[in-house]
Design a protein around this ligand. Structure first.
Ligand code: NAP
Length: 455
């Protein structure tokens, strides 16, 4: 059984049996058998079916919003994920024709030479609970549009999300053997990968999980996309708009109780603005209301599980013991469990775990820097590389800084947004994913060359 313990009150919200190894292999076989027929359907038909499935998810949003609160603690006031879910699917549908088009080299009297893009076969999508709809759709929509069949294994914390997506896509007319939501344990997931069940595996989650998937795939030549953790920095330059920087970076650090892969965890501020920035940041966080996510007044909910909050508490306590200063007094609603006071730390160093390990929670550290060179060195002093956010009025300066940061995405004057036209990717321990954009399609298909001599 997998068990979703609600962070609201620790009760069991959902329990589901995992598939036996035998049933899991049968499910793969059905997806494999259906794939050629699905890929043979016209692209326009696949796109229409996927978009209808997406619209069906939107039609269920009133039920989905409280379900998310129950499963992973996101306050209902934020209205769910349909905005980003829909935006990404629509964009991937829009570019499909061009992204999947044949590359024509020659079509003369003598030769036809062309590179086509063909689907991998069955794509396994392993999704996390923190943005359970948006992370899943990044791969599910383009994989189906490209002619793959898809097995979705959702997180144990958010089992209802996979069920909702299956319900919506099947109601749209996508066959059950083309898109299947399954409950799998880790061992069976690895066994399926090792048995060459899939043409491609997209895994979004922790570094340890990504390593386990890569090990399972070793020697099978299965393509693997790994979208893993981050420790994303923000840099507030001396010419930045301080109010805008504080608003966006603190929101980027605390939204979703800090449980964003591209959440801001480290902020470097030009030293002359350091005190003013910290003062603004503290005022923002002191205005949050930590509480039951079903209460419309709540702006910050519990973390998805007590064990995640325990890790953030441990990192914070270690840092304070080593000399860090905590700026936020414990909230009344902090229960020592999943409900955790959002925290801002200063007097931190890169020797502290809170500046090195992913916190994935509502704590952010702020450090002064004397110039761009120091900021760049500190931003790069991390084993992760997902996003970085630079705050300046000077685009050329931002781009010059961006060129020197080892990361997947650089933002200027914004943070924490996935632009579906750009590749969602990372470097270092953030893995080697490449989702969304035209590159997402290239990763979900393989090139196939046709060299046809006519006479
Ligand atoms: P996690 O424990 O790795 O779980 C993520 C998903 O992977 C879940 O479906 C989980 O299944 C599954 N999983 C984990 N280990 C597995 C294994 N050995 N075999 C098969 N499946 C496995 O990650 P998390 O802590 O829930 O999620 C937070 C992490 O995800 C953070 O590190 C965050 O930065 C990262 N993340 C990255 C991105 C990105 O785009 N780069 C986006 C979102 C989140 P169970 O739930 O059943 O264990």
């Amino acid at each position: 059984m997998i068990r979703c313990i609600s962070p609201i009150d620790g009760s069991v919200y959902a329990e589901r049996p995992v598939l036996s190894a035998e049933d899991a292999h049968s499910a793969v076989a059905r997806l494999q058998a259906a794939q050629k027929g699905w890929a043979a359907r016209p692209l326009a038909e696949r796109i229409a079916l996927v978009l209808e499935g997406v619209a069906n998810v939107g039609a269920m949003n009133d039920e989905i919003v409280p379900e998310l609160a129950h499963q992973m603690g996101r306050p209902i006031r934020y209205g769910g994920e349909f905005g980003g879910f829909n935006e990404r699917a629509q964009y991937m549908a829009e570019i499909a024709q061009g992204a999947l088009a044949d590359i024509e080299i020659e079509d003369s009297d003598r030769f036809r030479r062309v590179i086509k893009r063909v689907p991998h076969g069955v794509v396994l999508v392993v999704a996390p609970w923190n943005y359970p709809y948006m992370t899943a759709i990044n791969t599910v929509a383009p994989a189906l549009i490209a002619g793959n069949t898809v097995m979705l294994k959702h997180a144990s914390q958010t089992p209802v999300v996979g069920e909702r997506m299956a319900q919506a896509f099947h109601a749209a007319g996508i066959p059950e053997d083309v898109f299947a939501n399954v409950c799998l344990d880790h061992q069976t997931t690895s066994a399926l990968i090792a048995a060459k069940s899939f043409g491609f595996v997209n895994f979004t989650g922790s570094v340890g999980g990504g390593q386990a998937i890569e090990k399972a795939a070793a020697g099978t030549f299965t393509g693997v996309g790994l979208e893993l953790g981050g420790k994303d920095p923000g840099y507030v330059c001396d010419d930045a708009d301080l109010d805008a920087a504080a608003d966006t970076l603190i929101d980027g650090a605390m939204y979703n109780s800090g449980q964003c892969c591209c959440g801001i965890e480290r902020i470097y501020v030009a030293e002359q603005h350091f005190d003013a920035f910290v003062e603004k940041a503290v005022a923002i966080v002191e205005g949050y209301r930590l509480g039951n996510p079903l209460d419309p007044e709540t702006t910050i909910g519990p973390m998805a599980h007590k064990r995640f909050a325990d890790e953030v508490r441990a990192q914070t306590a270690e840092a304070i013991a080593a000399g860090a200063k905590a700026h936020i007094a414990t909230f009344d609603t902090d229960d020592g469990g999943a409900y955790l006071t959002p925290q801002i730390l200063t007097n931190v160093t890169h020797d502290m775990r809170v500046m090195r390990d992913e916190s994935f929670g509502p704590v952010v550290c702020v450090m002064p820097v004397k110039d761009d060179a120091e900021a760049i060195a500190l931003m790069n002093d991390s084993s992760f590389g997902l996003t970085a956010s630079v705050w300046t009025k000077d685009t050329a300066r931002a781009e010059a800084i961006a060129d020197q940061i080892d990361t997947g995405t650089v933002f200027m004057n914004r943070a924490d947004y996935l632009d579906p036209a750009l590749c969602w990717t990372g470097c270092k321990d953030t893995g080697r994913g490449g989702g969304l954009s035209i590159i997402g399609y290239h990763n979900l298909t393989r090139p196939k060359s046709y060299h046809l001599k006519k006479a």
